[in-house]
Design a protein around this ligand. Structure first.
Ligand code: NAP
Length: 291
């Protein structure tokens, strides 16, 4: 959309976080507005924690229709909402806010992103052993989605700091009454059997993210096999070392770009009531990242 096309009625959407280093959300949403000829614009705002409350008040005062929320505000923003969706309340984090004439509703569309990415493999995954690496905000959305929609037989919760995995386990036992967890420290030689026996492996850490793209949660190829599905939440680069290694052993691999577009599509729908052309955006984003 060219600059000339913004006018009095252009609706504003955005993203708040701190620091806002790199984000593909403006690309995803602004390209979609253009494709669908919608009179919206999406902008990033760098908001430090000390000004979160005033920034949100300001957004309401300016009539901003909604915004995404990223690190470090995903949890703290809960207290500023009038309504919180069931999944955001259980996950304990919000990534999307809708402003309905000053009434703020919070959602967690990462859940939708994980769900839609795994949906084509639902029959294969359901009821099996699953393995989640990471114990941060993204891992929370992943665990919620697995328990809610994929009936895990057992979830192995693996993290560099095992204590955090333990806390997360206790959190979900309390919140979702699911207690079939085992926690492990991220020490690859001890995890070969755990990975090998898991139908689904999800990397919900930032390991492998640009500029440390050579990093990998395990470089032991005996951890992978052709019957597995491996999802990496890292989206830059789209083909992480983890996905390359898993693919070399025949596993089905799913990249973080897909999830990123699906979570954006749900936010987009909540704000505009319209559907995002997900396949088209997935391809556009892959091209955009390559260049
Ligand atoms: P976070 O809350 O900061 O959690 C980071 C996690 O990564 C923690 O479990 C941390 O372990 C682990 N970690 C970080 N550096 C590590 C290292 N060098 N070695 C081993 N473990 C390490 O972050 P988050 O919000 O959960 O995000 C995690 C990743 O998911 C990020 O890359 C983010 O971009 C991605 N993500 C993608 C999407 C998508 O749509 N594709 C959506 C959300 C998030 P400790 O607990 O030991 O510190």
């Amino acid at each position: 959309m060219g600059k000339d096309s913004y006018h009095l009625n252009t609706k504003l959407l955005g993203l708040i976080g701190h620091p806002i280093k790199h984000t593909y959300s403006p690309f995803i949403h602004n390209v979609t507005f253009e494709l669908k000829k919608l009179d919206y614009i999406y902008l990033p705002f760098d908001i430090p924690p000390s000004t979160l409350k005033t920034a949100v008040k300001g957004m309401v005062a300016l009539g901003i229709k909604g915004f995404n929320v990223t690190i470090p505000h995903k949890e703290n923003i809960l207290q500023l909402m009038h309504n919180v969706s069931e999944e955001a309340s259980i996950v304990g984090a919000i990534n999307t806010v809708v402003n309905d004439l000053g009434k703020l509703s919070g959602f967690n569309t990462d859940v939708h992103g994980v769900y839609e990415t795994l949906l084509p493999y639902k029959d294969e995954i359901t009821g099996n052993e699953m393995c989640v690496v990471g114990a941060g905000g993204a891992a929370r959305a992943v665990i919620y989605t697995l328990i809610r929609y994929f009936k895990p037989n057992i979830i192995f919760l693996i993290n560099r700091t095992e204590q955090k995995a333990e806390s997360l386990k206790n959190y979900f036992i309390e919140k979702m009454k699911f207690d079939n967890f085992k926690t492990r420290e991220l020490f690859p030689p001890d995890l070969v059997d755990v990975f090998q026996n898991s139908k689904l492996i999800i990397n919900a850490t930032s390991v492998g993210m640009f500029p440390d793209s050579d990093d990998i949660i395990t470089n032991l190829e005996s951890s992978f096999n052709k019957d597995q599905i491996v999802l990496d939440l890292v989206y830059n680069p789209p083909q992480t070392q983890l996905l390359k290694l898993a693919a070399s052993k025949g596993a089905t691999i799913l990249d973080g770009i897909k999830m990123l577009v699906y979570q954006a599509a749900k936010s987009f729908e909540l704000w505009t009531g319209e559907q995002m052309p997900v396949e088209q955006l997935h391809k556009s984003l892959q091209l955009f990242i390559k260049n």
